[in-house]
Write a protein that binds this ligand. Structure first.
Ligand code: PXP
Length: 247
């Protein structure tokens, strides 16, 4: 079974647009759990554009499934993670002006901040995942830095699958991703995926070997506007796991 992590950041985006108390990302997380979410993810950004510190603490106290805290490898965020004690942390690069996380971590430049973050978080029992592009060098470096999991950036994969006219091309893109996942698994890493997955491309993950988890936000929150959060999550979980929906 592919676990489904639901990223509730964009519920907070709607709330922050008016600086209101609603919609509440914690309420969204509880409804996502009811729909079968296997974990809840949120990203506390340096600029606090969506999730606020309070949300993170409330989420940890409220949800019953694991909390995955997405964050940049800064001393401020490490200290918050140590207070919140989420089940896992996914380290991501963060740029102030970006609309959303744009690419995986660049581990090729010796990044002492990432190395220290992995060490400090693991020391307090938090599982650490690194968000990386589907690049074997980055994946091997993730293992070298002590990560237990990687989240493979599926943005380019999704764009290419969405844009491919021929089904044959979609199969070959999926095979490429699957080969990378197999290599990652052989290194002993848990293999997660995230970014750009939506209701017409996510079922390709069923054909990716060793796909353990998909973290999905924007498409699910958008779908929830029309069918409700619980149903939106239920539909996505089915796309990831029901073999009768294979493309
Ligand atoms: N994984 C990571 C590391 C992300 O930064 C994001 C976006 O916040 C997601 C998954 C979810 O991406 P999307 O909103 O496109 O589903």
């Amino acid at each position: 079974m592919i676990r489904l992590g639901i990223n509730i950041d964009h519920v907070a985006t709607v709330r922050q647009a008016r600086r209101e108390k609603y919609p509440d990302p914690v309420q969204a997380a509880v409804m996502a759990e009811l729909g079968g979410a296997d974990n809840i993810t949120c990203h506390l950004r340096e600029d606090r554009r969506h999730i606020q510190d309070r949300d993170l603490f409330l989420l940890k106290d409220t949800i019953k499934v694991p909390l995955n805290f997405e964050m940049a490898a800064t001393s401020e965020m490490i200290s918050i993670a140590k207070k919140v004690r989420p089940h896992s942390v996914t380290l991501v690069p963060e740029k102030r002006a970006e609309l959303t996380t744009e690419g995986g971590l660049n581990l090729a430049v010796a990044d002492l901040a990432i190395e220290a973050a992995v060490r400090e978080l693991r020391e307090v029992g938090i599982l650490v995942s690194l968000f990386v592009d589907p690049d074997l060098k980055m994946i091997e470096l993730s293992k070298h830095l002590g990560a237990e999991a990687i989240e493979i950036h599926t943005g380019p994969f999704c764009r290419n699958v969405d844009g491919a006219a021929a089904t044959k091309t979609k199969w070959s893109l999926t095979k490429e991703l699957s080969d990378i996942a197999t290599h990652s698994h052989e290194l002993g890493l848990q293999v997660h995926f995230g970014h750009g997955l939506h209701y017409t491309n996510a079922q390709w993950l069923q054909h990716v070997s060793f796909a353990e988890e998909a973290n999905i936000g924007h498409a699910v929150v958008a779908r929830a506007i029309f069918v409700g959060m619980t149903e939106a999550v239920r539909e996505m979980k089915r796309l990831l796991n029901d073999p009768s929906l294979k493309p």
